[in-house]
Design a protein around this ligand. Structure first.
Ligand SMILES: Nc1ncnc2c1ncn2[C@@H]1O[C@H](COP(=O)(O)OP(=O)(O)OP(=O)(O)O)[C@@H](O)[C@H]1O
Length: 251
């Protein structure tokens, strides 16, 4: 990939499930060093898009490039350079947090210290505890530690704030900043709109599979016709409500 090519690029990306067009003609360009927030109501197509970026799913039409590579042609190259926090993940009962992180360091063939990573996500006191008995928030922290293994060039985080207490939310925000300072590009989906405003350079709003806005939070305010001091929740509701009122679904 040339240095100025986008880290993530989609053109006309479409995924159809029967009658449902989960992702509809999506054009995205996420540049190196961006922290990009991918927002949308429930069922908008965010997780499907992430699945298409990582070759967990195959598109019905359109193209995807990650680091200039087609995920269908070389998923391993992409996975080696990407840390992923999926929307659904399973942990192994009877295995400790340390064992989970060690599994990823071994798979990625890196020598990161599991203790340091678990400390970073606030699990220092639970390093050798059975991950099968973790609370939702602890599971989320562990999955984030696993995503951070190997200092990935790209972090793809699907709803990273889910299940976290305020300390956890702040920790994730700090980690996103730190990773970005290190040089990582960050792409994350979220419903926690206040947090998005605090961490993102750019935001895309997806609605019924289509990108209805893409830009800085200020640009989105202008597109939505909301006041300069409108919080991002107002902007989001304005951008997605117009379409819901026009006959789309609302959840
Ligand atoms: N395997 C599947 N088979 C059929 N329909 C699916 C499948 N996966 C997703 N969909 C549909 O595609 C649409 C987009 O779903 P997706 O999970 O990508 O949305 P999302 O924006 O991530 O939602 P949420 O915020 O609720 O997680 C929804 O209408 C969903 O019902």
């Amino acid at each position: 990939m040339s240095s100025d090519a986008p880290v993530i690029e989609t053109n006309g990306l479409t995924k159809q499930y029967g009658d449902v067009r989960a992702v509809d003609s999506l054009d995205l360009a996420i540049e190196a060093g961006d922290v990009y927030g991918f927002l949308g109501p429930n069922g908008a197509g965010k997780s499907t898009t992430i699945g298409l970026l990582l070759d967990y799913l195959r598109p019905t039409a359109g193209t995807v490039r990650v680091f200039g590579t087609d995920p269908q042609r070389d998923p391993v190259e992409i996975h080696n350079r990407t840390g992923v926090l999926p929307d659904r993940f399973g942990l192994y009962e009877g295995r400790s947090a340390r064992q989970h992180v060690s599994f990823v360091t071994e798979t990625k063939r890196v020598d990161d210290d599991p203790e340091a990573l678990l400390d970073r996500v606030g699990l220092a006191d639970a390093i050798d505890d059975d991950a099968g008995e973790f609370s939702k928030g602890m599971e989320q922290r562990l999955a984030l530690a696993m995503a951070l293994v190997g200092d990935p060039d790209l972090l793809v985080l699907d709803e990273p704030f889910t299940g976290l207490d305020p300390h956890g939310v702040r920790r994730v925000r700090e980690i996103v900043h730190e990773e970005n300072e290190r040089g990582a590009t960050v792409f994350f989906s979220s419903h926690v709109l206040g947090q998005v405003e605090l961490v993102c350079d750019r935001v895309g709003v997806l609605h019924q599979g289509r990108l209805v806005a893409d830009g800085t939070v200020d640009e989105l305010r202008a597109a939505a016709g909301t006041d300069d001091d409108a919080v991002i929740e107002d902007v989001f509701v304005e951008l997605t409500d117009a379409r819901i009122d026009a006959g789309g679904e609302s959840q």
